[in-house]
Design a protein around this ligand. Structure first.
Ligand SMILES: Cc1cc2nc3c(=O)[nH]c(=O)nc-3n(C[C@H](O)[C@H](O)[C@H](O)COP(=O)(O)OP(=O)(O)OC[C@H]3O[C@@H](n4cnc5c(N)ncnc54)[C@H](O)[C@@H]3O)c2cc1C
Length: 399
């Protein structure tokens, strides 16, 4: 390659792609809009497929150590009555982790390369590369440009114009309380409102609340909501909720995010493409947004490493990823609609249906979701020769 690859956004997907490429000697420039490294976000569930990518990057063990291994997930009524229980053991394990801990892992050895306070102002493609104008006014040519810049992606805007984000009809609040939770994740379904509790290690529990609400006018991506606003929605929850929520204080940081989707007819054009939320932001109901960004990063990285024709490699990446991502995005949307129901009779039917689903069936569909062939479509490489390959069956089975 004559020029480096530019990755815009040092979030989960951008960092993972930089890890893949730098390990194979590909020159990478990684830029981040934030002025400096910061401890971002609340918690995340890393499901088996996310752990599998981290395993390829040699980071799965560290992820297990940084968070808490989850035995499974339990869905309950608002009062805490079980509706469905899922074990993670058969689908590659799962780890609850603080987002900042995951970002710190993914930043390993990359920190000196990240140019903070930097963003893109213009992209101009020509046969030899992409000329990028930065916010400083400097112009540099790149072999390929990857927009890993999240829901409000500038690369998407510069490539496809103003793509409307689709509001899901509900908003969310996220927080972390300094108390250990049970060894499994719990989600309680109330009336148009859900509460999730996920242990993330270091004697901490990540909590989230979703509630039906009108969309707020555009503003900062993560405007902080008030504690009182969120707590008003938590009042009716029983089970493990009251004991954990008692640890919320007026100064506990709460992140308010309206839930949006991005659905694009195409992710890339020529030498420019998108990954993660920039390409396909999805509702968080299956806990798969970060996992999809990690899978994207792995698959795109392999295409950039193995395919000399950049536009062909980027097109192949999109062809390989789109069916899976579309399926996960649609399933997550449907689950969210069911979870946010308000009407009493509909909720009763939903809850009965949830209780009647045979555990084997729920287990089977989660296995399908969490197991992915990361090597599918690698050109001209036999399974034994695939880059970074380790035995996937052992990846992430820390539970
Ligand atoms: C309530 C909630 C709960 C969730 N729970 C889970 C979960 O349990 N499991 C899971 O897998 N996913 C979960 N997700 C989804 C997950 O957070 C996202 O899908 C994931 O962070 C996407 O990663 P990304 O790298 O695409 O974008 P991000 O992580 O958003 O990173 C984008 C980066 O780009 C930077 N950036 C933005 N614009 C520019 C620019 N113009 N120039 C340079 N840099 C820029 C940003 O500062 C940021 O660092 C949840 C989401 C929500 C809202």
């Amino acid at each position: 390659m004559t020029h480096p690859v530019l990755i815009v956004g040092a979030g989960i997907g951008g960092l993972a792609l930089a890890q893949v490429l730098t390990r194979h000697g590909v020159a990478v420039n990684l830029i981040e809009k934030a002025a400096s490294p910061r401890a971002v976000g609340a918690g995340l569930i890393l499901s088996g497929n996310a752990l599998r990518v981290l395993d390829r990057l040699g980071l799965a063990e560290a992820a297990h150590a940084a968070g808490q291994v989850l035995s499974g997930a339990q869905l309950t009524t608002a009062a805490g009555r079980p509706l469905q229980t899922l074990s993670y053991a058969a689908s590659g394990g799962a780890v609850g982790v603080h987002r900042a801990a995951l970002q710190s892992l993914l930043s390993r050895d990359l920190h000196p390369r990240i140019q903070f306070g930097t963003t893109v102002r213009a992209l101009h493609q020509h046969p030899r590369g992409v000329d990028v104008t930065f916010n400083s006014g400097a112009v540099q040519t790149f072999h390929a440009v990857i927009g890993a810049d999240g829901l409000h992606s500038s690369v998407r805007h510069l490539t496809f114009g103003d793509v409307p984000r689709r509001y899901a009809g509900y908003t969310s609040w996220r927080f972390v309380v300094p108390v250990p939770g049970p060894a499994h994740a719990t989600e309680l379904w109330g009336r148009g409102c859900r509460l999730g509790l996920v242990p993330i290690g270091l004697r901490q529990t990540y909590g989230y609340v979703t509630a039906n609400a009108p969309e707020r006018p555009p503003g900062p991506p993560q405007a902080h909501g008030t504690m009182a606003e969120m707590q008003a929605h938590c009042a009716g929850f029983g089970g493990p909720a009251p004991a954990l929520l008692a640890h919320l204080h007026a100064d506990t940081p709460v992140i308010r995010t309206d839930i949006h989707e991005v659905r694009l007819p195409q992710w890339g054009q020529g030498r420019v493409t998108l990954l993660g939320d920039a390409a396909h932001a999805m509702t968080p109901n299956l806990g798969q947004g970060a996992a999809m960004a990690l899978e994207d990063a792995w698959v795109l990285g392999q295409q950039l490493i193995t395919t000399p024709d950049v536009p062909a490699g980027l097109a192949r990446y999109e062809a390989l990823r789109r069916p899976r991502v579309n399926g996960v995005q649609a399933s997550s949307r449907l689950l969210g609609r069911a979870g946010q129901l308000e009407q009493g009779a509909l909720r009763a039917v939903r809850d009965l249906g949830m209780r009647l689903v045979p555990p084997g069936l729920a287990q089977q569909s989660s296995r399908r979701l969490f197991q992915v062939d990361l090597d599918a479509g690698l050109p001209g490489v036999s399974p034994a020769e695939r880059p970074g390959r380790r035995d996937d069956r052992s990846a992430g089975t820390g539970s």
